[in-house]
Ligand binder design. Structure first.
Ligand SMILES: Nc1ncnc2c1ncn2[C@@H]1O[C@H](COP(=O)(O)OP(=O)(O)OP(=O)(O)O)[C@@H](O)[C@H]1O
Ligand SMILES: CC(C)(CO)[C@@H](O)C(=O)[O-]
Ligand code: BAL
Length: 333
């Protein structure tokens, strides 16, 4: 624990060594440790993961670390919201209660960049030296099209975090579905004991109750006009889902239904004189197992499909997804 950190009733560890001491004690006492990795700027989506961990485990650790390695040089590492004092207050207020006890998070791991990358880290992948983790064959589709080095950065930092935290269970959000599936594959491929693949949990996306916008730290970038139209991606995905559920529509018809929603929103923006630019990055339907793009003439069959998209509202890149098919056993209820 370090003096310059904000006051908190939750112990904050900034070094690997100090955290490991704490973890050893939990091992000795036979206590389970749930882990929620985050980049901070916490919101109700993060807290839903924390509550799940509190319910399932004796102890819960939340990490707060803005990981440089997952940002491309042109992305928003410098401006990413950093709100540690507020994050700690939110965590202190996050509880679950049962007949036996009231639980709050047991520890926060908030390392420096130097602690996580002792040899330093540059954002330009071609200049990087040292050890990085790649989940090959699964990192170039969907989010990987626009962010080709993103999952390398995520896989690397999450491997480090798993090595440090040694969680019994770990929790990720469905909002970042490709990330969650890739990490499940990573722990399977690397034969990770902490967590095992079955103990890596995917928690449903928490949404703004007013319009269904997926909660995200980057929503803080939206202007008031941008926020008014930020639900467009959700509405587009719902239109594609409705078409798919008709039972005989092709993938192309579903995508067309989604794109029509976005075009209509753009028309409304122009007519209403709203000061906001909206640009579609992608809407796609991919096989949930290997992320292959469904053929345009594919129709609903008995397999799980990821319907996902990314939309720029001004410079803010929003993502969202819907899983089509049977998600039993895959997404926590
Ligand atoms: N709305 C949400 N519902 C459920 N889980 C979420 C939600 N938003 C984020 N998470 C999950 O919280 C974890 C930490 O995410 P992160 O700190 O990057 O927040 P974020 O809101 O996704 O930020 P960003 O704006 O950078 O995408 C990830 O597992 C992520 O999937
Ligand atoms: C998993 C993660 C914390 C790794 O930096 C990040 O990608 C996120 O917040 O989703
Ligand atoms: N939630 C994903 C983190 C990122 O976009 O960098």
């Amino acid at each position: 624990m370090t003096a310059y950190l904000p006051q908190s009733t939750i112990p904050i560890f900034t070094t690997v060594a100090s955290y490991r001491e704490w973890r050893q004690k939990a091992f000795k006492e036979g206590k389970s440790v749930g882990f929620v990795p985050t980049m901070g700027a916490l919101h109700e989506g993060h807290l839903s993961l924390v509550r799940r961990s509190l319910t399932d485990n004796d102890l819960t650790v939340v990490s707060i670390f803005v990981n440089p390695a997952q940002f491309a040089p042109h992305e928003d590492l410098a401006t990413y919201p950093r709100t540690l004092p507020t994050d700690l207050k939110l965590l202190e207020a996050t509880t679950t209660s049962s007949d036996k006890e009231i639980k709050t998070p047991s520890a926060v791991f908030a390392p420096t960049v130097k602690e996580m990358y002792p040899s330093g880290i540059v954002l330009n992948v071609s200049e990087q030296k040292g050890t990085f983790i790649e989940v090959k064959g699964y990192s170039h589709q969907m989010e990987g099209m626009t962010r080709p080095t993103f999952f390398r950065g995520v896989a690397t930092v999450v491997t480090k975090l798993f090595n440090i935290i040694q969680p019994t269970h770990a929790y990720f959000g469905q909002k970042d579905i490709q990330q969650a599936f890739i990490l499940k594959r990573l722990v399977r491929d690397l034969l990770c004991p902490h967590p095992t693949p079955e103990n890596l949990h995917i928690v449903p996306t928490a949404r703004d109750p007013t319009d269904g916008l997926a909660l995200s730290s980057r929503n803080a970038y939206l202007s008031p006009s941008g926020r008014k139209v930020a639900d467009t991606l959700r509405r587009a995905l719902l239109a594609a889902e409705a078409k798919w559920k008709e039972g005989n529509s092709t993938k192309q018809e579903c995508i067309d239904a989604a794109v029509a929603q976005i075009t209509q929103a753009q028309e409304r923006i122009a007519k209403g004189g709203l000061d906001v630019q909206m640009k579609l990055d992608y809407i796609e339907m991919n096989d949930a197992d290997d992320f292959s793009v469904l053929p345009s003439d594919a129709r609903p069959v008995d397999r799980l499909v990821i319907l996902s998209g990314a939309l720029y509202v001004d410079k803010t890149r929003l993502i969202d997804n819907i899983l089509l098919g049977d998600t039993a056993g895959l997404i926590d209820a």
